[in-house]
Design a protein around this ligand. Structure first.
Ligand code: ADP
Ligand code: NA
Length: 331
């Protein structure tokens, strides 16, 4: 049996979005104190696509600032960046030798990201899920809070753990559970309701950034694509209305309530009513966080210090697990 332990991470590959906040950070903070919690800035994952070196170091700090500003307490949770704990890369290599090429070929996120360009993307982008399995299993994490886009990767993590345990006749690695619950598991792009909101998306108007000011937030929600119909009288009326459902789910997640309750509050409301209410709510929830992020970013050395302390704590858990893995493999 394994001690309940949470691990999750965020890539420093662009400014944090409302999708990252509602689908990840807010929930990470909510799990603090319930179990052991380990949260990572996954900078090794970020370089699977090109990152300007100076920007990368700053983005790593900004993601750390996002976690801290949203309430992550470094005395309750371990907060660190992946590249400072070499065991991630080492276990990642072992898992490259456990995972099968056919498994990687089924990863839908790779297909989405590579598109028709699969011959030209980095080998790292292809092997990404195997490094993600290492991130999780290096801590024997039992629970991984993620958005829906990461579900397939956590399932692959279980496949890797199962094959390792089977091949080496051991029960060393746990079967990790993805924790995907709440109204915000798939926040969509504001300009195209069929795509998820992502920090690496093309246009700034398609996403709310955690650092956007009140005017920007209001403008982006005002311009958000919707159908012309008003909100329905009951939540069932949101079926087949992806853009409307997305805005209602964002409202629900920001307000710690359910889409049912939001519809009950705004039955039949027009967009001229609902969009400004949503913008006000988003500003009220995000402004204190973005102000705190700005304050933290004024002192980069302090963020680096917090990450260094977290990396020491992470290493203390990871290194014995890596050593045992080497023993099992015969290395
Ligand atoms: P991005 O896709 O913005 O680059 P990451 O891959 O770094 O984000 O994901 C970090 C965490 O944020 C993951 O748990 C992921 O599931 C979650 N996440 C990212 N985008 C969204 C979204 N649009 N809705 C819900 N959760 C999301
Ligand atoms: Na993602």
């Amino acid at each position: 049996t394994f001690t309940p332990r949470v691990f999750s991470g965020i890539k420093p590959s662009g400014g944090l979005t409302l999708g990252n906040y509602l689908g990840a950070i807010k929930r990470f903070v909510g799990m603090q104190g319930q179990m052991e919690t380990i949260y990572c800035v996954v900078d090794m994952h970020a370089i699977t696509v090109w990152q300007d070196p100076k920007e990368l170091a700053n983005m790593t700090r900004e993601v750390a600032a996002g976690y801290l500003a949203a309430g992550l307490d470094p005395s309750q949770s371990i907060l660190f960046n992946q590249s400072q704990v070499a065991a991630h890369a080492e276990l990642g290599w072992i898992f490259n030798c456990v995972a099968r090429v056919g498994w990687m070929n089924r990863m839908t996120q790779f297909k989405d990201k590579a598109g028709s360009n699969a011959e030209k993307v980095s080998l790292g982008l292809y092997a990404y899920p195997s490094l993600m399995a290492a991130d999780i299993l290096l801590y024997h994490a039992t629970h991984v809070p993620v958005g829906e886009d990461q579900k397939q990767h956590v399932e692959l993590t279980r496949d890797i753990a199962a094959k390792f345990n089977h091949d080496y006749k051991t029960d060393f690695f746990p079967m990790t559970t993805p924790v995907i619950e709440g109204p915000a598991m798939r926040i969509m792009n504001l300009r195209d309701g069929t795509k998820k909101m992502s920090k690496s998306g093309e246009s700034d108007m398609e996403r709310i950034n955690m650092t956007d000011d009140a005017d920007k937030i209001a403008k982006k929600f005002k311009k958000a694509k919707t159908d012309p119909e008003p909100l329905p009288e009951t939540v069932e009326g949101l079926a087949d209305r992806p853009e409307a459902r997305n805005l209602v789910e964002i409202y629900a997640a920001l307000d710690d309530t359910t889409p049912e309750a939001v519809i009950a509050q705004y039955p039949g409301a027009g967009w001229g009513t609902f969009k400004p209410a949503l913008a006000d709510l988003a500003v009220a929830k995000l402004a204190p966080i973005s102000e705190e992020m700005a304050r933290l970013m004024d002192d980069p050395a302090e963020i680096d210090r917090i990450l260094a302390v977290g990396s020491d704590k992470a290493r203390a858990i990871a290194e014995p697990i890596l050593k045992k893995t080497y023993d099992i493999v015969g290395l």
